[in-house]
Design a protein around this ligand. Sequence first.
Ligand code: PXP
Length: 247
Amino acid sequence: MRFYVNVDHVATVRQARGTDEPDPVRAAVLVELAGANGITVHLREDRRHVTERDVRILMETVRTGVNLEIASEKNVLDIACEIKPMQVTLVPEKRQELTTEGGLALGEKVVRSGIGKAIDKLSSKGIRTALFIDPDEEAISISSDLGADAVELHTGEYANANSLEIADWQLARLTDAATLASENKMGVHAGHGLTYENVTPVAMIPFLEELNIGHSIISRAVLVGLDRAVKEMRTLISPARDRSLEI
Ligand code: PXP
């Protein structure tokens, strides 16, 4: 299981003061040293947390790999094609949202066509592409038709479930979606809203290869330090993966 840590939230604290600390670039070094397999950052159109400077320096300093989350907008696509991160995850983006609210609306023709062009552009530069989608059959089949290398399954509805029954149902949805994506020869990633309390069942989903986790790790890091926060999450993910291989 690849475990990527999203360091946007470090940049959010910096931007709250408009100063130069804490620096997500320095945080990324510690995250890697603690054992993460990659660094995820979301370069938003309004640059509300991560900036172009952050992404460019991360490209020079990260030793594992950078997973760059962007919308399929020319401005950020051009930057991605120039700096060539290991992977680009295409996400929907609304200015007013606090965080990404749902998967890409691939059922809408205009969204589908924009994403298709973005995948072609990124693939022509040799960049691996992933689409952030809801765990639905239609979204998976469209992602496959569009030529995405992977899908990142949105775990937000699972994370927000307010009863065990709903959480189990959402987990079953994620499991079915992971199987289908794998049958369609796409890599299977997942993320959003995952915490120390809810991550283990997700990490056990067969065919899942990558988890992207940010807010809960950075929140815990404020109290216990980044090194311990990353290691504690790694511990919750790795044994779960070993068990799922036995199934
Ligand atoms: N994956 C995607 C596509 C996201 O947009 C985010 C949030 O930036 C995450 C994963 C990580 O979510 P969280 O911060 O809730 O762990």
